[in-house]
Design a protein around this ligand. Structure first.
Ligand code: PGA
Length: 241
């Protein structure tokens, strides 16, 4: 399974190093073979060795090699740290930072061209969810318009906007229904995100068509993220939790 941590605007270079040290120790000392991705802030990216199943990814980058885009980083800055995984289309970038469908697509096309593993986020707002599953799916398909969903290195994250950072989680029925409809069309690894935490991750990870989780708030403490990775491992090993 893919177990991903999105630090957002949390952690420093120093605290990320301690976090990754603890996480690496857990992975090295155990039989954990989950595909773990950590998205720290850009200032904490590095290319120090990590266990092979931990990947560092960028939360965002501008679709250029370099240039005059004050405040942005591009491929040149990511390549310095051998970063080849990126989160694109996160709802905070779409809805708080005003990223349009066009700019999401430009990022997708650029980083696809560079062969990055792209974790592409989609998800509806509450007013859409309240209109039912058809309206929800219509909204989600719109977010895929112009996106090359046949791209080999694509991972999708379904993250209902109303569940992100709110403590509200979609019910397993809602997750299963939405994931199944996405999977019917797109056969790609599909993560769920939105207030995933230790208490609910087992149920979510066992839901049909859930291939992993993208965790914000509950990933910021390493012990909590480690515990969720252990749950995923236990599920994959077929042990009851
Ligand atoms: P949350 O964030 O776990 O804090 O809801 C998830 C995300 O934004 O990816």
């Amino acid at each position: 399974m893919i177990i991903a941590a999105n630090f957002k605007t949390n952690h420093t270079r120093g605290s990320t190093a301690s976090y990754l040290g603890a996480l690496s120790a857990l992975i090295e000392d155990s039989e954990i073979n989950q595909d773990v991705i950590v998205f720290p802030p850009a200032t904490a990216l590095h290319n120090e060795p990590l266990p092979s199943n931990i990947t560092l990814g960028a939360q965002n980058a501008y679709p250029v090699e370099n240039g005059s885009y004050t405040g942005e980083i591009g491929l040149e800055q990511l390549s310095e740290f051998d970063i080849d995984t990126i989160l694109i289309g996160h709802s905070e970038r779409r809805h708080i930072l005003g990223e349009s469908l066009e700019s999401v697509k430009a990022k997708f096309d650029f980083y696809k061209e560079k062969g990055f593993r792209i974790v592409f986020c989609v998800g509806e707002k509450i007013e859409t969810r309240e209109q039912g599953i058809d309206a929800t799916m219509e909204y989600i398909w719109k977010q895929f318009e112009g996106i090359d969903t046949s791209y080999d290195n694509l991972v999708i994250a379904y993250e209902p906007v109303w569940a992100i950072g709110t403590g509200l989680t979609a019910t397993t029925k809602e997750i299963e229904e939405t994931h199944t409809l996405i999977k019917e069309k797109l056969d790609k690894p599909l993560l769920y995100g939105g207030s995933v935490k230790l208490e609910n991750c087992s149920e979510i990870l066992r839901t049909n068509n859930v291939d992993g989780i993208l965790v914000g708030t509950a990933s910021w403490q390493v012990q909590s993220f480690e515990a969720m990775i252990e749950v995923a491992q236990t599920i994959e090993n077929g042990v009851k939790v």
